[in-house]
Ligand binder design. Structure first.
Ligand SMILES: Cc1cc2nc3c(=O)[nH]c(=O)nc-3n(C[C@H](O)[C@H](O)[C@H](O)COP(=O)(O)OP(=O)(O)OC[C@H]3O[C@@H](n4cnc5c(N)ncnc54)[C@H](O)[C@@H]3O)c2cc1C
Length: 409
């Protein structure tokens, strides 16, 4: 069988690429090493799949080259994502929070079902349990070596799409395949790191954090690059929760970030008002109006919680304001690729054509999705990139002159 392209990876990018190729009459072979398609989609968003974000713009992505994203997002917008799933799966999005769109059914499997149906209808071929071992250039395009059912096979195609994702969560099929192929083809790779990942605290502060395990606080978490105002969660080993996952994409080992534990009020003004009212309450009693009992008790490590506000010195008042609004955190590390939602870094965008995602050095070799140095924030942005990059690639793959494969609906 002659294929217009061999797509490696049956995740978000590979599935959308095969479906879009099928819709314009192209014929692809999708290779996936798992025994099912879309393993990450199925567990995404807690099994509900946050499939896009209404507020997507290039500011929501970590990449060395933000301008690179313009082509993809003008060719395939958030509205295109919404329309695609509505048209081919009767999926209607429900906004949960901050523009995050989920299928109204709350079922990630409905998203995967759209692709399996479309690929069947457009006669795309899918091989599951197929581990791609290597890709080499050949006289007729590319030679793809696979292992399937314990046997080695070699396939050829003019175009190969590397949609094998990034390093997070090996048990869902994640591999370094894309990075290995990029290096083999002499393409530069931006250093990778876990992103959207919980952060660990060790050493003398560890017990303080552990004592607060289970407490959630609405905070502003910031550093000199960015700020996020969402919940943080204390855990037995450090910090998690949406605001921590977000800042983790802008944090590197050794760096400190700051937490404003009371972002919607000014501790300075609160102390002044309390003083004007006689200042009879202690610092602890005052703090308890804003924080849980457990959190207030924990503040005793840093603050004079038993002192009455009326007798609070200037330095202590400053210490309270700084502790509440400028709480410094220096994580020991992160929870690693098994707990990360995405990978930061990847194939450098400078190696790819922005309008097609084809390698500039190797015609017919495409990279999409998480393998590329484009990392979205938490909240549906990573799928939006996977869909958009897949769309560009699907349009760009040259189509063999063949009859009878065009989708008629
Ligand atoms: C727990 C979790 C929850 C998430 N929730 C969300 C969310 O709600 N919204 C959002 O936008 N993003 C979410 N993400 C991120 C999102 O899942 C990824 O960004 C997205 O799946 C990337 O798509 P991809 O196609 O590039 O890679 P993947 O979806 O990872 O697909 C790559 C596929 O390639 C296969 N593969 C790898 N190597 C080979 C090989 N050698 N041969 C054959 N096949 C191979 C893998 O098995 C895998 O199926 C979540 C991630 C995780 C881990």
């Amino acid at each position: 069988m002659e294929y217009d392209a061999i797509i490696i990876g049956g995740g978000a990018c590979g599935l959308m690429c095969a479906a879009q190729a099928g819709l314009v009459g192209k014929k692809t072979l999708l290779l996936e090493k798992n025994d099912k398609l879309g393993a990450k989609i199925l567990i995404s968003g807690g099994g509900r799949c946050n499939y896009t974000n209404l507020h997507t713009s290039i500011e929501n992505f970590v990449t060395h080259n933000p301008q690179f994203l313009h082509s993809a997002f003008s060719a395939w917008s958030v509205q295109d994502t919404i329309d695609f799933f509505a048209t081919y799966g009767a999926i209607h999005g429900e906004e949960k929070t901050l523009g995050q769109l989920f299928p109204a059914s709350n079922k990630a499997k409905d998203i995967v079902a759209v692709f399996t149906k479309l690929m069947y209808q457009t006669s795309q071929d899918v091989w599951l349990n197929t581990d791609v071992k290597s890709v080499q250039k050949s006289a007729s395009g590319y030679l793809v070596s696979v292992e399937k059912g314990g046997e080695r096979q070699q396939l050829t195609s003019q175009s190969v799409v590397i949609a094998s994702g990034g390093l997070p969560v090996a048990k869902l099929g994640a591999s370094d395949f894309a990075l290995r192929i990029a290096r083999k083809f002499d393409l530069s790779v931006i250093e990778t790191a876990p992103a959207l990942v919980p952060l660990t605290i060790t050493g003398k502060d560890a017990a303080w954090y552990a004592a607060l395990a289970g407490n959630t606080i609405y905070c502003k978490v910031y550093n000199d690059k960015i700020s996020f105002t969402e919940n943080i969660l204390f855990t037995h080993w450090g910090l998690s929760g949406p605001a921590i996952l977000q800042i983790s994409s802008y944090w590197s080992p050794g760096e400190t970030f700051t937490i404003d534990l009371l972002p919607d009020a000014s501790m300075d003004s609160i102390i002044k008002v309390e003083r004007n009212q006689g200042g009879k309450r202690t610092v602890g009693q005052l703090l308890q109006t804003f924080f849980t009992r457990k959190m207030t008790d924990a503040f005793a490590k840093y603050l004079p919680v038993d002192v009455k506000i009326a007798s609070l010195g200037k330095n202590d008042a400053r210490l309270i304001c700084d502790t509440i609004h400028k709480f410094k955190v220096k994580p020991a590390g992160d929870k690693g690729y098994d707990k990360a939602e995405v990978m930061r870094g990847g194939i450098s965008t400078t190696e790819l054509q922005p309008k097609t995602l084809e390698s500039k050095k190797h015609a017919g070799l495409y990279f999409g999705g998480e393998a590329v140095d484009v990392t979205g924030w938490l909240g549906g942005y990573n799928f939006q990139w996977a869909w958009a990059s897949a769309y560009l690639i699907a349009q760009s793959i040259p189509r063999e002159d063949r009859q009878g494969t065009c989708y008629t609906g």
